[in-house]
Design a protein around this ligand. Structure first.
Ligand SMILES: [Zn+2]
Length: 259
């Protein structure tokens, strides 16, 4: 119980940094400098007002200077990151594989929110993440059973790198083709480049075999949520752009804990 509790506290602090990334990276701002500021009035946030979750509650979700609302996203990101880190550690303990999934979950938290808020999936996290996932596939072999049957003479390490690459390339290519076809039929861009890059990243971390359940969960969740949203708001389906990337992130986030 101690491990996950420590991971939870770490997760709150990491989540606080992820909030900075979610706001600043789509706007091409530095994540290091300047210190946290209110996007409404520009007032810089004191250290004592920057404690994860607690500060939000103490300030009742309002800026100390201008009184404008602070997005509910801030405490939500901090809490979800904390929970995810606790779950990773309770499942995988303090291991190299736990580090891999912890990084993966953090990347997913950022991409989930940037796509939801701005419809942007920053390349720093999609392509950058894909490189990190590929490096991990060398050090921590993926369970590449299917490829192992096809290519029994290859060492597990190279098999794992191959599995990561195939997982990345295959689904990204399928989506790219589907997106191109769909865009042509609908007369507008249906699947962005960001979604294709996101699939590259998911593939290198999950590998070919685990990417399929991740995408299925994401697609089903997306369809249900999108349908529900249209039903409740009674908006026209044509004007509505589903944050598909957010839902793919959602599906991917649960995959390391399946089974
Ligand atoms: Zn303010």
């Amino acid at each position: 119980m101690f491990g996950p509790a420590v991971a939870f506290v770490f997760g709150l602090l990491i989540g606080s940094f992820l909030n900075v990334c979610i706001y600043r990276i789509p706007r091409d701002l530095s994540v290091v400098f300047p210190r946290s500021f209110c996007p409404e009035c520009g007032g810089s946030v004191h250290g004592y007002d920057n404690i994860p979750v607690l500060s939000y509650l103490l300030l009742r979700g309002r800026c100390r200077f201008c009184g404008k609302g602070i997005g509910i996203r801030y405490p939500l990101v901090e809490i979800t990151t904390a929970v995810l880190m606790a779950v990773v550690v309770s499942r995988y303990s303090w291991s190299a594989i736990a580090l891999k999934w912890a990084i993966f979950e953090c990347v997913l938290v950022v991409l989930f929110w940037t796509d939801l808020e701005e419809r942007i999936l920053p390349s720093e996290f999609t392509l950058g993440g894909a490189v990190v996932g590929l490096v991990f596939s060398w050090f921590l072999p993926l369970p590449a059973d299917l490829l192992g049957l096809l290519l029994p003479q290859i060492s597990p390490r190279w098999l794992s790198v191959l599995d990561a690459s195939v997982g990345a390339g295959f689904f990204a290519a399928v989506f790219w083709v589907l997106g191109a076809l769909w865009s042509r039929m609908a007369g507008r861009e249906a699947l962005g480049q960001g979604d294709v890059k996101l699939l590259l990243m998911l593939g290198t971390f999950l590998g070919f075999e685990r990417e399929l359940p991740a995408l299925t969960i994401g697609a089903v969740a997306g369809s249900l949520a999108g349908g529900l949203y249209l039903l409740i708001t009674r908006k026209g389906a044509r004007a509505f752009e589903l944050p598909l990337g957010s839902f793919l992130c959602l599906g991917a986030a649960v995959t390391p804990f399946l089974r």
